[in-house]
Structures are given as structure tokens and as C-alpha cells.
Write a protein that binds this ligand. Sequence first.
Ligand SMILES: Cc1ncc(COP(=O)(O)O)c(C=O)c1O
Length: 402
Amino acid sequence: MTFFSKRPASVADSSNRLPVFSHLPADVCYMDSACQTPRIRLVVDAEQEYVLHHNACGGRVRYKWGKWVDERVQGARTEILQLCGKSEKEYAVAFTLNTTYGINLVLHQLPVDPYDRIVTSTIEHNSVFLPSMTWAQRNGKERLVLPRSEDGSLEYKQSQLQKTIVLVNNASNIDGRTLPNADTLADDVHAHGGILLLDAAQSCGHDPAALRGVDFDAAFGSGHKMYGPSVGFIVIRRSLLRSLQPFFLGGGTVESVEHDSFGLFTGADEHARLEPGLQNWSGIIGLREAAAWLRKQHIAGSEHALAQALFDRVSAIPAVTVVNGKPGSILSLYVDGIDAHRLALYLDEKNVMCRSGHFCCHYELQHNRHLPPLLRASIGLHNTMADVDRFVTTLETIVRAI
Ligand SMILES: Cc1ncc(COP(=O)(O)O)c(C=O)c1O
């Protein structure tokens, strides 16, 4: 079933798109950055350079292709640390499949005795919500699911932080709410002998500076949400990394092996404890370009005007209920009488690509708030005001006709 009777003319004005996105088709209005951003040209070129000319394994080989890989992989670790404003002396960077994998890898390899409970929040992605559940269940520990205020701050009492693992996002994929009390939270958690683990999957692409002043113990991100390849990363305090009790081991994680024991990598190479098996070298090399580029962008300035226009114009459409309390890079909504999945298909007929559903936040959206599947438009640095205009006018046309 189609909504529009004929294919649309090419209307998106991509002329003022940043040159690094010039490879994107001009008539496409892509608004699903919260899931996956477009890759910048620099990333594609770096990945290609690896595949076509230096397709070797990193961290193990002595021939020149391997040396080329090692230099760039080390560069990627440095870029990620600079993006979050952390020093190599205090923090290590390990690469993983994605944010989800990184969270599970660290959480389930933590020593259990130092912690009495785990705290998470209501507005978490399943990638946080479920591992917090399994950690508590497996270890017979308490689990608290705390609320977040309108501005995103975690609402807690000091007594809830005693010997506690706090695992929360610092930007929500429902409505872009951040964690404004992250720095005091870190101080309070540490004062009570706990640790702060941050799901930074959303913040890294929109506000990487948000991690800079926060004394977190580990943060998890995904290159595919920051204009890079599908590869994840963990930024982890070295003392915490050394305290892990790794059971997910194999090639690349150990320096020595005896009959019934092994020696894990130490010193500058200790990140290898979290990198079992051969890594996604082209992805990591591409991520280095994305992180270096992202660090130079004035993201808030670029996205703010688009987010404001999106919020104001969509809020003014009578049949639409906006879920957000305020503008942000993510806007979630529903329209009574139209299933969000159908809405997404109708929008797609005009090459407007948005997400529909509960965005892996079933607990908050389905269980707590009893909301129907939502439509989510999430913007990024590739979007222009023409994209916002196209999204809004297409949505208005559909809503008015139904
Ligand atoms: C807030 C948040 N956390 C975690 C994730 C999981 O990220 P990944 O699929 O890269 O593991 C997402 C993905 O959308 C997210 O938005």
C-alpha cells in the first residue's frame, strides 16, 4: 500500500551539506542518526586504504603492513582519549563490536565482592537495562532502577550509592535527555566506594565534550553513531581494567601461557585483555578518522538550530503528540490513529528515513508509559534545514490526509 501517488521529485537541497557528506544521494533525507550516522568520506577512504593496500593483522605481525596498521590503531586509541579528554596514563581504550558488547564485557568480568548493588535508570536502552538485570541475578545482588528528572539528572539518595555500580546513559536515545549531574554523581559514587559506568553511545556523536569533566570509571561508545564504521570502544580507568577477572579470553589477550595458568597483557598493552581474537582493523582505522574529525566540529552550534526548528514545527501539528520535553537531536512522536511503522513507510516514499518502534527502550516506553510504537527523527551533522523542512511538510501532508 502506498500513500503518495507518484514518486517525489528530488526536493532536498543538499547544496549546503558539509563536503565530507557529498557522497550521500541528494534526494535522500536521512534522519536515523541515533541508530547509525552516515560515514564521512574520510572514514570510507581510510577503510579502503587498509583493505586495498595494508590488509594485515594488528598487534602481532612484524612485516610492514602490520606496522602501518599498528600505528593507526594506536592513533585511534589516542583520538578517542582526546575526544573524551582523558589521559593515556590513567585510561586505556579497547575496541569491541559495539556499545552493547562493551558493557557486557566489562560488567560481567568485574570482581563481585567489592559491590553490593547495581543502579540503573528508567530511560535506559536494553543494552544497559538487561545487563544490569543479569548482573544482579547472576550475583545475587540488589538492583535499583532510579528515575531521571525532566532535565535527565539521575535522582538518587546517598545511601543508594554505597558500594554501588552505577550504569546509566549520559544521553537518551528516546528524547536526547542528557545527564547534567554526571560530575557530582561520579564524585558521590566514588565517595561511597562504587564505580560509574557510562553508556555514551548517544553522547559521543552529539556532545563528546560531555565526557570531559566527568570522572567516570568506564564509558562505552559506538563508531557507527559518530560518523564512523560499525565498531565499538571502551574507555576504561586502568586500575579498573586491572581489577577485572577476565573469563572471555583467547588469541591476543595473553602474554604467556603455562599448563594451567596464563599471564595477561600488562602495561601499555593491557587494553588487549578486552580484545579477544582478531579485531575489526579497517573499522578501527576508520574510527580514528571519525574521532579526529568529530573533535574539530562545533556540533552544538550546527545541530541546535535544526533541533529547535524540528521541535517547534512538529509540536505545532495538531494531531501529533511529541514525546520530548524539549528540543534535542532526537525527536520522538506519535499520531493517534496512524501506526508509527506505517507512518515511517509513508515518509520513506518521499525518501525521508526515520525510525519507528520502541527503540530498544521497552521498559520505559511500553511497560512504564504504555506508549504505542513511536516515530523517531534523529538528526546529525549531515542534515540541513532543507531536511527538517522536508520531514515536517511530508509529515503534515500525511497527517492531514488521514
Ligand atoms: C543510548 C544507547 N545505548 C546503547 C545503544 C546500543 O548501541 P549498539 O547497538 O551500538 O551496541 C544504543 C543504540 O541505539 C543507544 O542509543
